[in-house]
Design a protein around this ligand. Structure first.
Ligand SMILES: *Cc1c(COP(=O)(O)O)cnc(C)c1O
Length: 377
């Protein structure tokens, strides 16, 4: 039986060559590769500044700090996200305020953002989920009207576009993550992009223990962290961004196969919905069970036994134990996000899957579904 993992990074010969170069150079941190990676990334993104850090979480932390978000502030964000996005708001002492999501795109619902604005609201942090932009026209309109900052968590949506403009370039700063399951990887790693020189300078200083911008070793004017990206990771990142057209093209090809084959199961399963004005760069391929009677988790366990490894994707953050305890959240607080969370799961999705693999995975899902539907008649 062939085993299909949920995700797998794509590493080519260029990645191997650059890493070997970095290893043999004798410079393993703060060297030429991080500089080349940042330059290539900024150029590809069409922004003035790109600051590489040790993870996507670190990128979010620094972006929020550099934007001046602090204790007592409220940041409106989505509960349907990876936990890092809300955690980063807590790191700076601010309070995450969850707005509910759109039932089709799974992105934050702008109408609910507006309802949750208070005197304490300082920023909106949209998450561009699964590879698809949030409604940035509405979000920027609300931000302007209420004089709020926008920090974009674009960790899942590298190079996707809203009305032809890249995610991460709408607000004060955008963040990216390069964990091995993302569209591109550096092992662990992240990036902050901005067109604001002082924002970039602050992030650079804080990733390196708060060191002065030009005084180098001479002074540490502020509190900082060790959020540096090492040269080996940057070498992988440079190879990946140089090859990003291929990486995204391959992902789009596999997604299109899935969408084609799943048409036959349209009564039981929703495939990803792509909004008008949005492009999709396919971080994951997420299905949603339409039939509420099926036990999603038992269904996934059964699929794993047949070699198709899926993951519940994503649980709503406000219902995690820590968030419930800290803020008193309960079931029913964000009904759309909760309903979506109950039925969505990510299926095997990575470069290297052939059309025959995709066909076989879809067939396994179809057969397993039939068994689970019978159980519930
Ligand atoms: C991956 C991800 C991050 C950051 O993850 P790291 O593992 O710290 O690189 C942040 N937000 C979202 C929405 C993500 O998917």
């Amino acid at each position: 039986m062939k085993i299909y993992p949920t995700a797998r990074p794509y590493i080519g010969v260029r990645e191997e060559r650059y890493v070997l170069q970095a290893l043999r150079s004798g410079v393993l941190s703060i060297g030429p590769f991080i500089e080349r990676f940042e330059k290539a990334f900024a150029k590809r993104y069409g922004v003035k500044y790109a600051c590489a850090v040790s993870s996507g979480t670190a990128a979010l932390h620094l972006a929020l700090l550099a934007a001046g978000i602090r204790e007592g502030d409220e940041v409106i964000t989505s509960p349907y996200s990876f936990v890092a996005s809300a955690n980063a708001i807590l790191y700076v002492g601010a309070k995450p305020i969850f707005a509910d999501i759109d039932a089709r795109t799974y992105n934050i619902d702008p109408r609910d953002i507006e309802r949750r604005i208070t005197k304490k609201t300082k920023a909106i942090m949209p998450i561009h989920i699964f590879g698809q932009p949030a409604d940035m026209s509405a979000i920027m309109r609300i931000a302007k009207k209420h004089k709020l900052l926008v920090i974009e968590d674009a960790c899942e949506s590298l190079l996707s576009e809203w009305k032809g403009k890249k995610v991460g370039t709408f607000g004060k700063a955008g963040t990216f993550a390069f964990y091995p399951n993302k569209q591109m990887t550096t092992g662990e790693g992240g990036m902050i992009v901005t067109n604001d020189a002082s924002m970039d300078a602050l992030c650079r200083s804080m990733r390196n223990q708060g060191r002065g911008e030009d005084a180098a070793w001479l002074d540490h004017p502020r509190l900082g962290f060790n959020y540096r990206m090492d040269e080996l990771s940057a070498a992988v990142g440079l190879a990946q961004i140089e090859n990003i057209h291929f990486l995204l093209k391959e992902r789009a090809k596999i997604a299109a196969w899935y969408t084609e084959f799943f048409k036959a199961l349209a009564d039981d399963i929703d495939v990803p919905y792509i909004a008008p004005h949005a492009s999709h760069t396919w971080f994951v391929y997420v299905l949603r069970l339409k039939n509420g009677g099926i036990d999603r988790d038992a269904f996934i366990q059964d699929l794993a036994r047949r070699g198709v490894r899926c993951r519940p994707y994503l649980p709503s953050i406000h219902l995690f134990q820590f968030y419930r305890k800290r803020f008193g959240f309960a079931k029913g607080d964000l009904p759309v996000s909760e309903a979506v969370s109950a039925g969505t799961f990510a299926i095997p999705f990575y470069i290297g899957l052939k059309k025959s693999d995709v066909r076989s995975i879809v067939r396994t899902i179809e057969q397993t579904l039939a068994i689970h539907e019978k159980k519930h008649v």
